[in-house]
Structures are given as structure tokens and as C-alpha cells.
Design a binder for this molecule. Structure first.
Ligand code: DX5
Ligand code: ZN
Length: 224
């Protein structure tokens, strides 16, 4: 099942509820929230109180992407705030298995994120204790960057790896996806397609999400 997953990083934070309602009307079922601490990435965004406010405005699945150091200290707070899935960077976890376990125990889906330069081979053994994998297709920190093409090869490798292991976990991709490259992204094996600026920096985000859902459906032959 392909999902177009709007990232609120490029939404208007003063009109968040309206922007969320727009993409919800277009059929989005998952919303992506980027958490940055100014250490793991050179930018700052939001913390659990804003996630809790978003939780009160929508019933969408809230997918929280932690771009922070020591994520194990905060996963419970984000799940308590209303996150349905929480992903942590491989590069930020000294005890990845333990941190994924913490997320599951708190009651959310546990995701592992790889930066562009981190090979998918590092997931070989941990794949079975993760609920999804997020492949960064830009260096994390900012919206509006260009997709790094070799990440689609990583998606194809990961797709092969999960099939060999008979695991059905979704592959999420994040960064630089737009209407032009979406079909290639879908064909590489990704299911949760995060998109920020290509949705919220258009005059009609609702129409854009509808259009992207059509493109994604056309690329797979499956109705999204
Ligand atoms: C980047 C964030 C992304 C970002 C994607 O660090 O993780 O979720 O919002 O934005 P676009 O789609 O503009 O590249
Ligand atoms: Zn993200």
C-alpha cells in the first residue's frame, strides 16, 4: 500500500490545523513530524508539546522522525504525546536494539532511519525487530533539498533483503520527493513517501496530494 505522507516541516506552523485538514481531505492517512535538536542536525524544530497539540487536531497516524542525539531519552515522551510510530537514526543509537524495544514497549511502531551514506547492510540482523525502515534521501536537517539518486539503489537492495527474510515491513523515504521523481521512487520499492515542500509550497496542497496519490497509483498499478 503506497502512502503519500505529508511532512509538516514545510507547513505554516501558525496555521497547522488548517494545513493538516487540507492533506487529510486529500486522503493522506499518515502525517510526518520532524523533530530536530540542533545537535544531530544543524536545525531546531518541535518537541512533545507540539506533537500533543497536533494529536488533538487530527486522528491521522502521527509518524515522528527523531533527528536527535540520545533518542532513547525521549521516545516515551513522544509516544505519550500521541505518536503512532517513532523512528530513530541508526547513527544516533549506541544500543539500537534496545531503543527499538523501548518504542515498541511504549506502544508505537518502531522505525530505524539511515542517513544517505549509511549502507542498508547494517540492518541485516536488526530488521526483524523493526516495524519499518526510513531511508533518508537527503542529508537530514532541512526541507526543500534535492533527492540523492543513489538512495533509490539502497531502496531496491533493502526491498530484496526484506523479501529474502520474508519480512513485510514498509520502506519509508524522506527528502526531495516531488511530482517529477515520485514514480521512480515508488518503483524502487518504497511505500511511505514523505513529502514536505512539494506539497505545502504549492498553492493548493490538497490538490497536490491528490495528484501525487494518482501518480503513485499509476506507478504501481495498485490503487492507493
Ligand atoms: C529533512 C526532513 C524531511 C523534510 C522533507 O530532514 O526529515 O522530512 O520535511 O522535506 P522535503 O520534501 O521538502 O525534502
Ligand atoms: Zn523526516
Amino acid at each position: 500500500m503506497i502512502e503519500i505522507v505529508p511532512s509538516i516541516l514545510s507547513a505554516d506552523f501558525a496555521r497547522l490545523a488548517e494545513d493538516i485538514a487540507r492533506v487529510e481531505r486529500a486522503g493522506a492517512t499518515i502525517l510526518h513530524l520532524d523533530i530536530m535538536d540542533g545537535h544531530f542536525v544543524p536545525n531546531l524544530t518541535i518537541g512533545p508539546p507540539v506533537v500533543a497539540s497536533v494529536r488533538r487536531t487530527t486522528r491521522l497516524h502521527l509518524d515522528v522522525h527523531l533527528m536527535i542525539e540520545n533518542p532513547e531519552r525521549y521516545v516515551e515522551a513522544f509516544v505519550e504525546a500521541g505518536a503512532n510510530s517513532v523512528s530513530v537514526h541508526f547513527e544516533a543509537c549506541r544500543h539500537l536494539d534496545g531503543t527499538l524495544g523501548l518504542i515498541r514497549k511504549a506502544g508505537a511502531m518502531a522505525g530505524v532511519v539511515l542517513n544517505p551514506a549509511t549502507p542498508v547492510s547494517v540492518l541485516e540482523d536488526v530488521l526483524e525487530v523493526a516495524d519499518y525502515v526510513l531511508l533518508m534521501s537527503v542529508n537530514p536537517g532541512f526541507g526543500g533539498q534535492k533527492l540523492i539518486p543513489y538512495v533509490l539503489d539502497k531502496a531496491r537492495k533493502l526491498d530484496r533483503m526484506r523479501r529474502e527474510k520474508k519480512l513485510a515491513l514498509p520502506i519509508e523515504i524522506d527528502g526531495g520527493v516531488n511530482r517529477q521523481n515520485l514514480a521512480d521512487v515508488v518503483r524502487s520499492g518504497c511505500e511511505w513517501i514523505v513529502t514536505g515542500s512539494a506539497i505545502f509550497h504549492t498553492p493548493d496542497p490538497e490538490a497536490t496530494v491528490r495528484e501525487m496519490r494518482e501518480i503513485a497509483a499509476g506507478a504501481t498499478g495498485v490503487r492507493v
